[in-house]
Each structure stands twice: as C-alpha cells, then as structure tokens.
Design a binder for this molecule. Structure first.
Ligand SMILES: NC(=O)c1ccc[n+]([C@@H]2O[C@H](COP(=O)([O-])OP(=O)(O)OC[C@H]3O[C@@H](n4cnc5c(N)ncnc54)[C@H](OP(=O)(O)O)[C@@H]3O)[C@@H](O)[C@H]2O)c1
Length: 280
C-alpha cells in the first residue's frame, strides 16, 4: 500500500479544506498569529505558512500547556482554555500537518504523570466523561478554588495520552509508519506552568505535593535529552502508541488504555473542530 503523505485519510482532507477557507478570513488580522489564543486563527495560518515554506517535517512535539486556576477562561473560539490549548489545539495542528509528514516521521504528545491517579503526584485525578463537556463545561464551579483548574489540567493530560494512542492506531490501520508516542516530563520546577497561580493557589498546591515528589524534580537539560531521544533515536524508529517517563517506556494510567474513550475523544474533537465552520 502507498504510504506517502498524499494518501492521507479523507477526514484529514475534509478538515484541511474547511480550515483553508477559514484561514483566508484571518489574513486581515493585524498580528500574523493574533494576540489571544484562537485555535482556528493560529493553527491553519501556521500550517499554511509551513506548507509554503516547503521545509521537510520530521517530527511534531505537542508541548504547549497551561494550568488555569483563577477561574474559567475560554479561547477566542469559545472552548474552555485548558482543554483548548492542551488538547484541541494540538489535535487540530497535528491533523493539519499530517500531510507534511513523511514515512517514519514522529509525533510526540507531551503529557504528564499527573494524568495517572496511581502515581500519587499530589494532583487530583482526571475526570473524563466526554470531550464536549470539557470543551463547554456547564458548571464552571469557579468558587471552588484552584482544584477545578487542576482537575481540568490532569484531564487534559489524560487527553494527550488517549489522543496519542488513538492517532497511533489510526495511522497503523492506514499502514502509515509515522509514530506517535506520549511523554512525561516529570516535575520540572523552573518553568512557567504555574504562571496563573496566586498566593492562595500556591499554598493549596504546596499542601498537596509531597516532599518526595519535590525531591524528584528534574532539570530542563535532562528532560531535553529524554525528549530528543524520543524524537531522534534510531532504536525507537518503529515504536508507536507508547508512553515514556523520561528515557523509559512505562505503562500509562489504566484509563488511558480505554479505546472507547479514545475513540470518543477523537470523533468529538473532530466535530468540535469542524463545528465552527458555520461561523465563517
Ligand atoms: N513543569 C512540569 O512540572 C511539567 C510536568 C509534566 C508535564 N509538563 C508539561 O510540559 C509542557 C511544557 O510545560 P512547561 O512546564 O515547560 O511550562 P511553560 O514554561 O509554561 O511552557 C508552556 C509552553 O506552552 C506554551 N503556551 C502556553 N499557553 C499557550 C497558548 N495559549 N497558545 C500557545 N502556546 C501556549 C508556552 O508558550 P509561551 O511561553 O510563548 O506562552 C510555552 O512554550 C506542558 O504540556 C506541561 O503540561 C510539565
């Protein structure tokens, strides 16, 4: 079977054609990528620019992530911000860039051990019911403090793993050799991930994280080495649908292997991405 990039599934073509039309409506934006986070503005624009640059694309690392603990915020497209940035933006960008990937390219979704309640990270367990309710939460529970935001974060990190496994299965069914894996950085303190935390939320957080977890915090150079290995190491060439904790392949959470959930996440994300075409 032909495994070249132009043999992509029809669904991806559909997304591309819908978004290419939408892309042109953003050409008049003052800033090229806009100032707020606008999934439909940024991703199609970037992927179109990338296509025009005609650069070879060997890997995509889906690293962007936020933790919002100061109350519900939404993307310019109207999606709850944590779900929008941590999952839906990556989902869309990867789908748009799939045709640019050649055989043996690699995709890495940066997740977190916090998606797994068994790891006892001090973060609350994810609560995954359905993608739609994450995109448009009906009960914002903003009076409940940072815990709501932390649950949204760990749930989005579960979405990263579910999405990596689902994409891996779909590409394998197409006999495409692009690999897709999920990666846990481990706790890294010198980042801006908790930029939204105020004093109250910081106190809440430090009360739940154990000293053992803090002692095991990793440095960014060590994390960089592990991530580079996942992207470049020839020994990992055909490895797909796996979860890495730093340099080591390990099991992800029990829930992350639920294929029904992964499929629902994929199909619903596709619907969410396509639903906004009516607002052209
Ligand atoms: N730090 C940890 O302990 C830890 C542990 C496990 C997993 N992770 C994961 O590691 C990844 C990187 O996090 P980090 O700790 O390095 O935090 P960070 O320093 O805050 O980096 C987050 C990255 O996401 C980007 N980003 C944030 N909001 C965005 C938006 N609205 N649109 C596009 N990009 C956006 C940021 O870009 P700008 O700086 O330009 O805004 C930055 O490059 C995340 O996926 C996080 O979940 C972190």
């Amino acid at each position: 079977m032909d495994s070249q990039p132009n043999s992509q599934p029809k669904l991806f073509d559909q997304v591309r054609s819908v978004l290419r039309r939408r892309h042109y409506s953003y050409q008049t934006e003052q800033s090229r990528y806009g100032s707020g986070f606008d999934i439909f503005g940024i991703c199609p624009q970037f992927s179109e620019d990338f296509r025009q640059a005609e650069c070879p694309l060997r890997a995509i690392v889906c690293n962007a992530g936020i933790q919002i603990v100061s109350g519900t915020q939404c993307t310019a497209d109207g999606f709850e911000m944590t779900f929008g940035v941590n999952h839906l933006g990556h989902f869309l960008l990867v789908n748009l860039l799939l045709p640019n990937l050649s055989d043996s390219s690699r995709i890495v979704f940066v997740s977190s051990n916090t998606h797994d309640p068994a790891k006892q990270t001090g973060m609350p367990a994810p609560q995954y019911q359905a993608a739609e309710s994450l995109a448009f939460p009906s009960d914002n529970r903003d009076g409940d403090g940072g815990d709501v935001g932390r649950v949204r974060y760990t749930t989005s990190k579960l979405c990263n793993v579910l999405c990596a496994y689902e994409l891996s299965r779909r590409l394998q069914k197409q006999r495409l050799k692009i690999t897709v894996n999920a990666f846990n950085l481990g706790l890294m303190l010198n980042t801006k991930l908790i930029r939204d935390y105020g004093q109250t939320e910081l106190s809440e957080l430090s009360a739940t994280i154990s000293s053992t977890v803090l002692e095991n915090a990793k440095s960014s150079p060590a994390i960089g080495v592990a991530l580079a290995k996942l992207v470049l190491d020839s020994e990992l060439e055909n490895l797909t649908g796996k979860y890495f904790d730093g340099l080591h392949e390990v099991q992800s959470s029990q829930e992350s292997y639920n294929e029904q959930k992964a499929s629902e996440l994929w199909e619903s994300s596709m619907k969410l991405v396509l639903s906004l075409q009516t607002t052209f």
